[in-house]
Design a protein. Sequence first.
Length: 210
Amino acid sequence: MEKRTVRGVAVLGVVCLLGLGGPRGLAPGVAAQSQKQEPNNGWAYVNCDKGPSGALQRAIDRATSGQTIHVSGTCYENVTIPAGKDLLTLDGGGEATIDGPDDTANTILVRGPRGVTITRLTITGGRVGIDVSRGSSALIDSNTIEGTGRNGIILGAFSTANIVNKTIQNNPVNGILVTGNAFGFIAFAPPTTRSRVPTVFGTMASTESM
């Protein structure tokens, strides 16, 4: 697929660009997350190169709200972050990869929790790289999303997300798709975060329904 950098967004739904303001500009839930007084020092360390199959999903299932899962190695999993995991963080440390082997499922599905952070990961495989839906809110920061089956990121079903410091490339349909009354803040971030506009090779689209 030919790479091209998109310079605009089709505004048929709700997408905001370049709002590098304070917490008032953040998605609900993400603003509260940015104001935590102490950083989470971690709860679980998952090394997918050494752990058993499905180790990352098991760590997510056992986590409680506000905890951090530090990920290393390459995780060949399609994972779900369900409701009840508010303020959960997946941190790949800039080296870990999540590669969804099932091309009919999304590599990371965020389904219901508020204030989730997905950061410093390479995300590939699956139908969609990251799907934020069912009223979820998320901060998606400093990831590379590439080589999915369809879209890099989908925001849908009344969800909100802040998307910053990312490279999204080689996804055959859209880089970022906003649908189903969702709201995307592109390059909005907490005031303590240095942000840049995501580099998107492909398209960014906003529609009312898929």
